[in-house]
Design a protein around this ligand. Structure first.
Ligand code: NAG
Ligand code: ZN
Length: 1000
């Protein structure tokens, strides 16, 4: 395998745009309309290529499209080739072949394509003449890309960092392949099961003019139809200055399907148009009549004299002739009626052409500031189960993101030598692609079939293999030592063969954050006493504690360590620090264990007490702020509905959460406990049942109480599906409110049995109050805020005042009839009796006014965790034991979101202000960063700013302007950067740059 720069080797960026003294003109907001850039070089795409409409008629925009899942019932590769058609008839390669062929037959025809993961596979295999033909179709706007990310991401279980990455990858391919005509104008999430506000914010910052989707709560839909509010302006940030995060949003009339009776795909059974009057069953009049009826009734629930119809569905257009032949006829016969006074004009169109007409209508639009969660398609059908479904995959995806960011950074910091070095050839793109695929709305969501889920995980593992080589090469180059490096991926279950057997080894801690971190490390060992020195040769306090029986139960035969070596490490910003460990003494485990219930564990920041009778947590105090709350935590399970129920026969499944009863079963009223108290860590180990245990842990330097839960295999011998929650019941006086993050970024307020935009009729008291938690949730009153930071996406709610529950694991015995066709009942070779899942919650207790100063950095340390690598024996004396890629740590408000190699010369950098405008007195202030003084080993020679998805220069970014109802038109405050090199970030702002760098 040979090394390619970036993804698309033959299409290297010219980057003529990059000059040192490029003037920064930030969105002036003067021009309301996109420039007519599409007209250049005789091409006419985008808004220029739309068919004419008729101002006095009802214009029906027919949008031929296919919805191609990047894995669901089949793997992404099976879908591409059309393999395993016994599972589902679907072959994307044939769809693209057939559509191109049919587009050439009639220049009026249009088609949109969405998923770049598939288009890229197809394009690679085309002849250059076919590529030219397709380019022509794109240049003429006959084939238009919409959305254009690698996949159509899930919105409930994804983290914004991975979503931005996958969008960037897809849009980059389109730009480099087709230039301006390849840039999608419209975001298109027709299938995701609920819509996140942060996604809308991201899309706005990526330069999209509008957004369309298909699924929303059925009550919300009904009200919006009555009020003609299915098209609206979504203000998707409470911190960014409007209209930066404003996104025009359209709700499609029929999901993403054609109107009833008008599906002409080979997968459908609707009657074709039989238009020969000499033959039997001539049906033109009937078809036209039915169509006019549908069009007119649809028009009654939308505002303008334009309506949209999605003519296609899942994996349709494999034989595109069927669709197009009938659509040609439909257009012909419906429009022929205009001569007899019909008011309907029907045309081939695209979402952007439809959007352009809405914009031209120059109306005012209702404004929305909340989100579209949770999604219910009927009274007992809340799609809130997938917030938690497949918790192991959700965690693996999150770790993989952390590893990818580390891999990207080390590719830049290590330069050429990282891609090809002593350990062979490594690359970041394999993991980048695997991560992009994993963002799909049936991937990280946990709603794919088991074999497809396995394929997602396999891709991530394979990507990490490629990155490991790169990381080893880079660290070898930076440290000057080519000693072999070992990575221990099972440290969470105390498995690492090197540390278990070695008498002398080193551990290097790479920190992907742009500020120094202090992090507890636990290594599986068999000795009882160790000596540890840091990079400066200073001795480090370390303690040996016995491996718990819960951990032995999870790891089974994969490791044999009897102890864990625990110590605190420090790592510099974007850099590593190396610790040397040597065995002092073998022998039996140290006797630090105390059986029975301890009263208290505490460090200098926090104190947690336990009830001696029950063994459960009973209070939490912050010793700095002198706050204390009562806090009880326990595990419960909801009995999953099996579908036999008087109210509805909806079972709980991969998508849907439907408990049989609103009262969960307690797993155990008491916990058996054991405590360990050392100078490095204090912990209480709790046993609730053979399948539920927990460690409540406080490290000496931590501002958070760690709850490490281990759940599974969930017993099903009673034939009851189980949905396990952890519940925190506190003395905090909440009044039905709690708070959750949106894709790991801005926080939204939630209220029990309430939706901000309509009068909710609550029909599922638990499931209807569940929301996605991507990185944190909190409850608060005037004095106290308890924040829970999660290590993966999960669902949760606040059902009682003062209480917060988070769903950890689900094991279900019935399919929930949304298409996946399997019950969510996970097992594996190692866990044939059901999956065991382990994870962590971090709890912090603060004053509400300053809580974000704690939970923002805390959540960030869980998302971007240090990467540990090990070498056996001693390192050469001239090895560089410590390195930082930055000249200095970035200010606390600034997060370095992206640092990755773009091509030979250019590096992609994203800097982010990570506080909301109202969140922190200290940190919610604008911050300025100097790009030239950023890196310690790289000189920054040139800089240019881009939109968030890096497919458009910032100074060329123009979006449609929309006017909200009942509000002044927003005015974008312009501001100047202090200089070309100094970049100011305001709350929640992300700024994207291409840097030309050279190694110092
Ligand atoms: C888009 O691709 C073209 C080549 O097709 C390249 O010249 C241009 O720099 C790219 N634009 C951006 C913003 O990367
Ligand atoms: Zn889908």
């Amino acid at each position: 395998m040979s090394y390619d720069f970036g993804l698309f080797p033959n299409m290297a960026t010219k980057a003529h745009h990059l000059v040192v003294a490029l003037a920064f003109t930030v969105l002036s907001g003067v021009l309301g309309f996109p420039l007519n850039q599409e007209k250049k070089d005789g091409v006419s795409c985008g808004y220029q290529s739309c068919h004419a409409t008729k101002p006095n008629l009802l214009n029906v925009h027919l949008v031929p499209h296919t919805h191609d899942d990047v894995g669901w019932l089949k793997t992404v590769d099976q879908y591409f080739y059309g393999d395993r058609n016994d599972i589902q008839h679907a072959g994307v390669q044939y769809i693209l072949d057939s559509v191109v062929d049919q587009l050439l037959k009639n220049p009026d025809r249009r088609f949109i394509y969405v998923e770049t993961a598939f288009f890229y596979r197809w394009w690679k295999r085309q002849s250059s003449s076919m590529q030219q033909t397709v380019t022509q179709l794109v240049n003429e706007g006959r084939l238009e890309f919409v959305n254009g990310g690698w996949c159509m991401s899930d919105e409930a279980a994804t983290h914004y960092s991975a979503v931005i990455d996958q969008m960037t990858m897809g849009l980059r391919f389109l730009n480099e392949t087709f230039g301006l005509c390849g840039r999608p104008r419209v975001a298109w999430h027709i299938d995701p099961f609920g819509h996140a506000r942060e996604h809308a914010s991201i899309f706005a910052q990526m330069g999209y003019d509008g957004f369309f989707f298909g699924r929303l709560d059925y009550q919300d839909r009904a009200r919006r139809m009555m009020e003609k509010e299915q098209e609206l302006l979504w203000r998707a940030s409470d911190s960014l200055t409007p209209p930066m995060a404003d996104l025009f949003t359209g709700i499609l009339p029929n999901g993403y399907n054609p109107p009833e009776g008008f599906c002409w795909d080979q997968l459908c059974d609707d009657p074709p148009i039989r238009d020969d009057p000499d033959l039997e069953d001539y049906n033109v009049d009937d078809v036209v009549q039915r169509f006019l009826l549908i069009a007119n009734s649809q028009a009654r629930v939308y505002k303008t004299n334009h309506i949209i119809m999605t003519m296609g569905s899942d994996f349709q257009y494999e034989n595109a002739n069927l669709w197009y032949k009938n659509l040609d006829k439909l257009i012909h016969y419906v429009n022929a009626r205009q001569a007899n006074g019909s008011n309907v004009n029907v045309l081939y169109s695209t979402p952007s052409c439809y959007l352009q007409e809405l914009h031209r209508a120059n109306l005012t639009w209702p404004m929305k500031t909340d989100d579209f969660f949770p999604y219910a398609d009927d009274a007992h059908d809340f799609w809130t189960g997938y917030f938690t479904s497949r918790p192991a995959l959700k965690r693996y995806e999150r770790i993989s993101n952390s590893n990818l960011q580390t891999c990207n950074q080390l590719e830049v910091l290590g330069g050429q030598a990282s891609r090809k070095g002593p350990f062979g050839e490594g690359d970041s793109q394999t993991l980048r692609k695997a991560m992009a695929v994993a963002q799909h709305h049936d991937a990280v969501s946990g709603t794919a079939k088991q074999h497809v889920t396995n394929d997602y995980a396999r891709r991530l593992a394979n990507g990490w293999q490629h990155c490991q080589v790169l990381v080893s090469n880079s660290l070898a180059s930076l440290s000057g030592s080519s000693a072999e490096r070992v990575y221990c991926d099972y440290l969470n279950i105390s498995v690492c063969s090197l540390t278990e057997s070695s008498k002398k080894f080193t551990v290097s801690v790479y920190n992907p954050l742009a500020r120094p971190v202090s992090w507890p490390v636990r290594l599986p060992v068999n000795g009882t006493a160790y000596n540890i020195t840091d990079a400066k040769g200073r001795s480090v306090d370390c303690k040996v504690v016995p491996v718990s029986s819960a951990t032995r139960g999870v790891r089974r035969t994969r490791g044999f360590a009897i102890n864990e070596l625990v110590f605190q490490v420090q790592a510099p910003p974007l850099g590593y620090s190396t610790y040397s460990v040597s065995l002092l003494k073998n022998g039996p485990p140290p006797a630090s264990r105390q059986h029975g219930a301890p009263i208290v564990i505490q460090n200098k920041f926090l104190r947690a007490t336990f009830d001696p009778d029950t063994g459960l947590l009973s209070s939490l105090s912050n010793l700095e702020t002198k706050q204390a709350i009562n806090l009880t935590q326990n595990f419960y399970w909801y009995n999953a509905s099996n579908g036999h129920n008087s109210k509805s026969n909806q079972p709980s499944g991969a998508y849907i959460f439907r408990p049989n009863s609103s009262t969960p079963f307690i797993i155990s009223k008491t916990a058996r406990t054991e405590s360990i108290q050392t100078s490095v860590v204090q912990e209480v180990r709790q046993w609730f049942a053979p399948w539920v245990s927990q460690v409540v842990r406080l490290y000496a330097d931590s501002r958070a109480l760690e709850l490490e839960w281990t759940v599974g295999p969930l017993p099903i011998d009673d034939s009851l599906g189980k949905e396990v929650i952890t519940r925190l019941d506190t003395s905090i006086k909440t009044s039905e409110f709690f708070y959750t993050d949106s894709n790991g970024r801005e926080v939204l307020q939630r209220k029990k049995d309430f939706r901000p935009t309509w009068n909710l009729k609550q029909s599922e008291p638990i499931a209807g109050n569940y929301y996605p938690i991507n990185s944190r949730a909190y409850i608060k009153d005037d004095l106290d805020q308890l924040t829970v930071v999660t290590d993966r996406s999960q669902g949760g709610g606040s059902i009682q005042n003062g209480s917060l529950e988070i769903m950890l694991h689900r094991r279900l015995l019935y399919d929930d009839v949304r298409g996946v066709g399997e019950p969510l009942n996970e097992s594996s070779c190692i866990y044939p009796n059901g999956l065991v899942v382990r994870g962590r919650l971090l709890l912090s207790l603060d004053r509400p006014a300053t809580a974000a100063d704690t939970h923002r950095p805390l959540a960030q340390e869980v998302v971007l965790q240090p990467l540990l690598s090990f070498t056996d024996g001693q390192l050469d004396t001239n090895t560089r034991l410590e390195f930082s890629g930055l000249q200095a740590a970035l200010p606390p408000a600034v997060h370095l979101l992206t640092l990755s190699q773009w091509d030979q010369e250019l590096v992609l950098l994203r800097l982010e202000h990570q506080f909301q405008s109202w969140e922190s007195k200290l940190n919610s202030q604008p911050v300025t960063v100097n790009l030239q003084k950023l890196f310690s080993t790289l000189d920054v020679l040139g800089v240019s700013e881009l939109n968030l998805s890096a497919n458009q220069w910032k100074d060329e970014m123009r979006r449609f302007e929309w006017t909200p109802q009942k509000e002044e038109k927003p005015l974008l405050k312009t501001f100047e950067n202090p200089s070309v090199w100094e970049v100011t970030l305001r709350p929640m702002e992300i700024r994207t740059f291409l840097l030309r760098v050279s190694v110092r």
